[in-house]
Design a binder for this molecule. Sequence first.
Ligand code: NCD
Length: 332
Amino acid sequence: MATFVPATDRRVRSPHLPFGDRRETPYYGMDILSVLQFRREDLEYIFGVAKEMRSMVERVGTFDLLKGKILANLFYEPSTRTSSSFLAAMERMGGSVIPINEVTYSSVAKGESLPDTIRTLQAYADVIVLRHPEVGSAQLAAQYASKPIINAGDGVGEHPTQALLDLFTIEEELGRVDGLTVTMLGDLKYGRTVHSLARLLASFEVRINYVSPEILPMPEEVVGELEHRGIPQARAASLEAVLPETDVLYVTRVQKERFQDLEQYEQVKGAYVITPETLRRAKDEMIVMHPFPRVGEISTEVDADPRAAYFRQMEYGLYVRMALLAMVLGKA
Ligand code: NCD
């Protein structure tokens, strides 16, 4: 599959379509590698399909839209939500999954290269979800695959499906995205979810605040891109300074596995902890999000606060991933 398929130039790769697949659907066969592929009209479309998926799940639980379709879920890094929500998404639509969650038990442990693994799986599956520790791995996989590749996290690069579900969460919870102030907190350097979310938010009229330990700032590359797109951004010295104006507080975990020097990790790991006390200075109508796992950044006492949206966020993820799978498989 070609490396990058911009929304305006979606190509249909396979001349041989399985019976019932509609080639004319605009997203058929598309890779999902970066949020930069999506414009506002794409987002509206995805979220429209996600809402339909939600109502189908509420009404009938499972249905046959992807009956006979197979997903290869290839995870070179740990995952709970991403892998299981893709699996649930596939099964809710009647499809099935080849789960390769623990690459230590696959030929990867024997030294098989990513291209060879991808070529193998595409012979068995209709779509491949890939999480891999290296930036650009999803792009690389897409070069070798004639089936769609969905990037489920490429190292510190991007996590586009997470950003899509994050944006869907914001829209569903607050009713809009334009006009909001989003504050990103925590490990902004290594956190791929915030890299993707910031880029996706740049299609809207938002203000973004960054609050992080000094050694974990939002990468210059991302800040530069957003600046170029006219997004007001500010590095805040403390959360206190920006919390009262915040509509979305997006909290992240310090990404321990990305540190060369674990002593450095120890110094910053407990830098921020959100407690009910913290939220006293926040708006009544705002939300707290987190891609999870949390390792102490949000105290469990916050869970009972209606503004804590992170468990609802996980559920939105199911509907968005159902929508994306149905779209790239030509069924939506
Ligand atoms: C995130 C990830 O893997 O990047 N988790 C997720 O997909 N929900 C965030 C993290 O690991 O901190």
